[in-house]
Design a protein around this ligand. Sequence first.
Ligand SMILES: [Ca+2]
Ligand SMILES: [Ca+2]
Length: 223
Amino acid sequence: MNKMNKALAVAALMAASASANAVTIGITFGGTNLGAPDNNATTSVAGATVINFNAASNTAGCGTIASYGISGNANIVAGSVGGLYAAPPLANTTCYLTVPQNSTSGSAVWNSPGSNNYLGLFWGSIDNYNSLQFLDGSNNVLATVTGAQVIAAATAFGDQTAPGSNRYVNLLLTGGTYESVRFISNGYAFEIDNIAYANVPEPATLGLLGLGLAGIGFARRRK
Ligand SMILES: [Ca+2]
Ligand SMILES: [Ca+2]
């Protein structure tokens, strides 16, 4: 991460910290292209576990949301159905998660194994009516991320092919961990593939700690 990106990341953290609770979110973009047949991005974070929704073959169906620890108004699908869902771009022919499945507004909750502070997801055809919420063990909302926060500048919402509206999104919580994630969409649809999760060291916290130690050292030298 160069200095400009670090400055932008800090600015994003400060903006996100305006919410009432102590949890902040760092948002970055980009992952690793898997090549065919997945093609679309997956996480680049070392040690993260990836859910690619490919356990069942396309011809046999894509399995149930329950088999992935998901409940609510959602479905595991492949391909595209006009007006309902659109496959992630780059000719991804694999199964993925879509929210909602049977009404124009709905949500689904994915229970993450263990406590984690990192979430990665391929967010396909990003819409301004898509959002996600990080929840604690009592289902309190720790933080919210909206489609408007992750779409690239000058990109049309819902564009099924533009790179700026089909992004691998990396979300890192500072000051807390989540137990589950709620995916919300007030329209068709919120398409998700390659969910990644991990509990990684918090670089922002370590950076702040490092600054504090440096300050103490400087004060001592002046005495
Ligand atoms: Ca997939
Ligand atoms: Ca969409």
